[in-house]
Design a protein around this ligand. Structure first.
Ligand SMILES: Nc1ncnc2c1ncn2[C@@H]1O[C@H](COP(=O)(O)OP(=O)(O)OP(=O)(O)O)[C@@H](O)[C@H]1O
Ligand SMILES: [Mg+2]
Length: 507
C-alpha cells in the first residue's frame, strides 16, 4: 500500500524520570502500511516512548497524532480506543488463564455469563489469517514462549488496532518463529496498518522495516530509509562508534582441571517430557563451552540441573568434585545468569543495590550483628554499577525502573563479581544492545582468563562461534556434536542444530 498518509506521529515528546531524561524532544512518524524500526542502546528510551503512546505514562511535553487527529492518551484502554495495540517487552498475559480468556480480558461486555463461542471463532479466523496458530483453550503458562507471543499479537489484532507496537518481539523467538513473525508483520501492514518494531537484532531490522529511527540517550539521532541502511551503519549511529561481534584472538589454555562433570544425566521438563537424554559433558577451568541449538531443546533444563534447581532422574553432576544435590547458593561457587531475568534473576520491587546483594546479604561488611549496613551496601552497588556499566541513576532506584538490558546487566554483575569457579550463562546477551553484547563477551573472556569454567548457552550462532573454545550442539536433549570453536563452520553447526548427526569424520 503506497498511500502517503501518516498514521502515527509523535512530536516533541519529552519525559523525565527522577534523575533521567528518558525522552528528549523525540519526533517519530509512521505511514500507513509501513514498519518503523526503533533502534537504540539499552536505556535509550524506546520502551518509554512506546509506553507513552500506550497511555502508561504521560509525557511532560509533546503531542501524539493518530490518523491526522491529535489524541491525548491517558490509559491503555484509551490507547486501544485510538487504535493502538502493544506487545510489551515483558509479557503481560495472565499465566493461569487460557488463551481465549486472555484475548478477551478487559473487553467490556453487557452479558452476565461470558459466551466464548463467537470469540473463539473470531480468534480462529485471526490465527488463520496471520498464520499464528494457538489453541484457544490452552492455559497460557503451559505454552512455549513463542506461542505466548502470538497470543499477545492476536490480542491486539482482536481489538482491531491500527498501529501495532512490538517491543523486542523476537528476543524470545527461535529463528523459524522469527521468520513466521516477519511474514505475519507483512500481512498486518498489507492491510494498511502500521507497525513499530523494536529490536536489537540489526539483521531483522533491515529485513522487516521500511525506515528506522535511531535514539541515543533519549534523543533522536536520525531516521534513515532501510533501503539505504547497512548493519554497520545502523550500529554506528546507535552506539556512536563502529562495533562488530567477531572472534577475538585468545591464548590457548592448556587443558586444565575439569570443573563441571556431567555423566549420563537424564531429566524431565515441567510437562514431564524427557528434556536431557544420557547427557555427558565436561567443562574445564579456563574454557568456554558454547551450547548452540534452537531454543527449547533442553537448554533451560540443562542450566537448571547444573545449578540444582531441577532434579535429575539419573546420572551424576559434580562441580569441582562436589556432587550437586540441591540449589547452589554460594556465589563464589557457581554464578548463574538465568534466561528469565524478571522471574528468576531479580526481585523487581527491590532496589538495584538490594538486588546486587541478594546472595551476600548475610555477610560482613553488609550485615553486622544482624543489621543491614546501608553505607556498605550502597558503596558495593556504586562500584558494580560502574564496573558493569549499568545505566541507573543510583543503587537506590527500584530495579524495575531500569531498561530491560540494564536489568540484565545487574544480574550479570551480581553473579560474576564473586568470581565463581563455574559460570552458567543462559542467553546472557538476550535483549542487550550491540555495545553491551560486546562488553558481556569481554566479561566472559575475562572470566575464562581468570580460570573460570564457563558454560555459555545461546541461540545466536554468531556469538557462540565468536566466543566458544568448544561448541556443543544440543538437539532434543542430546549432544549432536562437540566441535572445536576455532574451526567449526556455521553450516556444520546449522545442520547439527536441525538434528542431523555428524559423520564420523572430524571437521
Ligand atoms: N518508571 C520509571 N521510573 C524511573 N525511570 C525509568 C522508568 N522507566 C524507564 N526509566 C528510565 O528511562 C530510561 C529509558 O528506559 P527505556 O526502558 O525506555 O529504555 P529502552 O530503550 O527501552 O532500553 P532496552 O533496550 O534496554 O529495553 C532508562 O534510564 C530507565 O532507567
Ligand atoms: Mg526497552
Amino acid at each position: 500500500m503506497s498511500e502517503n498518509t501518516i498514521l502515527l506521529k509523535m512530536q516533541n515528546i519529552t519525559k523525565r524520570f527522577p534523575g533521567v531524561l528518558a525522552n528528549d524532544h523525540v519526533d517519530i512518524e509512521c505511514q500507513k502500511g509501513q514498519v518503523l524500526g526503533l533502534l537504540g542502546e539499552n536505556g535509550a528510551g524506546k520502551t518509554t516512548l512506546m509506553n507513552i503512546l500506550y497511555g502508561l505514562f504521560q509525557p511532560d511535553q509533546g503531542q501524539i497524532f493518530v490518523d491526522g487527529k491529535e489524541v491525548v492518551i491517558k490509559s491503555p484502554s484509551e490507547a486501544i480506543n485510538c487504535g493502538i495495540g502493544m506487545v510489551h517487552q515483558h509479557f503481560k498475559l495472565v499465566d493461569t488463564l487460557t488463551v481465549i480468556e486472555n484475548v478477551i480480558l478487559g473487553i467490556p461486555t453487557n452479558k452476565a455469563v461470558l459466551d466464548f463461542g463467537p470469540a473463539k471463532e473470531k480468534l480462529k479466523k485471526l490465527c488463520e489469517e496471520y498464520e499464528l496458530y494457538v489453541d484457544p483453550d490452552a492455559v497460557v503458562w503451559r505454552l512455549p514462549v513463542g506461542q505466548q507471543q502470538w497470543v499477545e499479537i492476536l490480542k491486539a489484532l482482536y481489538r482491531d488496532c491500527k498501529v501495532l507496537v512490538l517491543d523486542e518481539p523476537t528476543a524470545v523467538l527461535t529463528p523459524s518463529e522469527s521468520d513466521q513473525l516477519c511474514r505475519a508483520i507483512r500481512r498486518i501492514t498489507a492491510q494498511g496498518r502500521s507497525v513499530v518494531f523494536i529490536s536489537h537484532k540489526l539483521r531483522e531490522v533491515i529485513e522487516i522495516t521500511d525506515k528506522v529511527t535511531v535514539i541515543r540517550d533519549g534523543k533522536v539521532i536520525g531516521t534513515v530509509d532501510t533501503k539505504e541502511a547497512t548493519q554497520a551503519k545502523l550500529a554506528e549511529m546507535m552506539v556512536g562508534r563502529p562495533v562488530t561481534i567477531e572472534r577475538k584472538a585468545r591464548l590457548k589454555q592448556p587443558k586444565q582441571t575439569p570443573v563441571l562433570v556431567m555423566k549420563g544425566v537424564n531429566a524431565f521438563d515441567d510437562r514431564g517430557v524427557q528434556a536431557l537424554k544420557d547427557f555427558t559433558l565436561t567443562v574445564h577451568a579456563g574454557e568456554i563451552v558454547g551450547v548452540a541449538g534452537v531454543d527449547g531443546n533442553g537448554q533451560r533444563e540443562l542450566a537448571e540441573c547444573i545449578t540444582g534447581l531441577r532434579k535429575t532422574s539419573s546420572g551424576s553432576i559434580t562441580i569441582k568434585d562436589t556432587p550437586v544435590t540441591g540449589v547452589i547458593s554460594d556465589p563464589s561457587f557457581v554464578g548463574f545468569i538465568p534466561e528469565d531475568r524478571q522471574k528468576t534473576g531479580l526481585v523487581l520491587d527491590f532496589t538495584v543495590a538490594e538486588n546486587l546483594l541478594i546472595k551476600d546479604y548475610t555477610k560482613e561488611p553488609y550485615v553486622k550483628k544482624g543489621i543491614l549496613q546501608y553505607p556498605a551496601i550502597k558503596k558495593h552497588a556504586t562500584e558494580l554499577i560502574k564496573k558493569y556499566n549499568v545505566k541507573a541513576p543510583s543503587g537506590d532506584v527500584k530495579v524495575k525502573t531500569l531498561s530491560g538490558g540494564n536489568q540484565q546487566k545487574v544480574v550479570i554483575a551480581r553473579e560474576l563479581d564473586a568470581q565463581p569457579v563455574l559460570d552458567v550463562a543462559s542467553h546472557p546477551t538476550r535483549g542487550l544492545d550491540l555495545g553491551a553484547v560486546a562488553s558481556v563477551h569481554d566479561i566472559l573472556l575475562r572470566e575464562r582468563e581468570r580460570g573460570a569454567a564457563v558454560l555459555f548457552i545461546s541461540a545466536e550462532l554468531q556469538e557462540v562461534m565468536a566466543l566458544s573454545d568448544r561448541i556443543i550442539v544440543l538437539y532434543s536433549g542430546q549432544i549432536m556434536g562437540d566441535l572445536d570453536g576455532e574451526t567449526a563452520s556455521q553450516s556444520t553447526i546449522g545442520q547439527l542444530m536441525l538434528g542431523q548427526r555428524m559423520e564420523a569424520k572430524h571437521e
